[in-house]
Design a protein around this ligand. Structure first.
Ligand code: APR
Length: 316
């Protein structure tokens, strides 16, 4: 069987992720599912009609699913499943405000993934993502390396973009990093930021760097406040699609992701934003790099914050 990726949830995040994955032209099939009748099929048809213009051969299939797992046969044999199902934030909401409502959705989706695509690598993006990733692992009972979450690639991209804009340099000359949670305890890591190889601290004063750190932490909320309805999806879908690509190509590249941490940085037993090598089995290895004392303290604080919430999801 050819390479197959499923995107669950055909809203803004899911449909743009499906588009990016199809346009990569590295999968044979992209399946897009939703509980809505017709919408995934309509989006799939629309995407397939773009193939002659964009020049890709990947076939997009849309499927509607029911409350008792009806329609989930469509995801059978998926190598990768990206979970975007769930509500987005409204202005003023924190991602944590979505916990209960999205937990119900993600649990149901995860149980069906376990049933219909038992060998898939699962990438969770539904928010609050650190908690939804933990829940997806619980509900699928997949090995922890095969379930991970998207946050760091996006947060890092937001940080990178702000740095590039501030210094008026190309984004490609900037290397940045964020770790920790995808929320209030996000840990942008200035000590790992460089511009054309020069440390960020040599190029900007500390208060300006702190401003960029705060803006990164609020990056999603800034978009939500402007959009008024719904949350960001162009940068988020770029991040999720990149991760699915790293999996299917078994690239082994090191990406900041929400991964199960077992001893790294002196932290154990929690899903947390760290750098990890990504490949065909999901997380190959969590990579521990040197942090400043303040950054390490921030990461530990993030771990404790998400640990408490991740314990709660078991009962949701
Ligand atoms: N199974 C499949 N799809 C579902 C389910 C379910 N059980 N429940 C809801 N959905 C679908 C909705 O029908 C909707 O089409 O999920 C889709 C969500 O789409 P949007 O409302 O457009 O939200 P989106 O911007 O795509 O965000 C999705 O990603 O970034 C996070 O916080 C965001 O949790 C949110 C998720």
């Amino acid at each position: 069987m050819g390479k197959k990726v499923t995107v669950v949830g055909a809203g803004f995040y899911g449909s743009t992720t499906a588009q990016r994955l199809a346009e990569y032209d590295i999968f044979d099939t992209v399946v897009l599912t939703d509980i809505l009748e017709g919408k995934p099929a309509g989006l799939a048809l629309d995407l397939n009609q773009s193939r002659p213009i964009e020049g890709f051969e990947t076939k997009v299939v849309g499927a509607s699913t029911g409350p008792n797992g009806e329609g989930y046969e469509a995801i059978e044999g998926s190598d990768v499943v990206v979970v975007t199902a769930g509500l987005p934030r409204k202005p003023g909401m924190s991602r944590m405000d979505l916990l209960e409502v999205n937990a119900k959705i993600v649990r149901q989706v995860a149980e069906n993934i376990a049933k219909y695509a038992p060998n898939a690598v699962v990438i969770v993006v539904s928010n609050p993502v650190d908690e939804m990733t933990a829940l997806a692992q619980l509900a699928t009972q997949f090995p922890k390396n095969r379930v991970f979450g998207q946050a760091g690639v996006l947060d890092t991209a937001r940080f990178t973009n702000s740095i590039a804009e501030t210094l008026a340099v190309p984004v490609k000359s900037v290397k940045a990093l964020t770790l920790g949670s995808h929320g209030d305890t996000m840990v942008p890591v200035p000590s790992r930021c460089t511009v054309d190889g020069k440390p960020l601290a040599d190029l900007l004063p500390a208060d300006k760097i702190e401003e960029l750190v705060v803006r990164t932490r609020n990056g999603g909320a800034e978009v939500v406040a402007l959009l008024k309805t719904g949350s960001a999806y162009y940068a988020p879908s770029a991040a999720a699609a990149r991760m699915a690509k790293a999996v299917i190509e078994d690239s082994g590249e090191v990406l900041p992701v929400c991964a199960w941490v077992e001893g790294e940085y002196g932290i154990s037993g929690v899903y947390l934003g760290v750098e990890a090598q990504v490949g065909r089995d999901g997380i190959k290895k969590v990579v521990e790099e040197k942090l400043t004392d303040t950054e390490l303290a921030g990461l530990k604080e993030a771990a404790e914050a998400v640990r408490a919430k991740q314990a709660d999801v078991a009962s949701l």
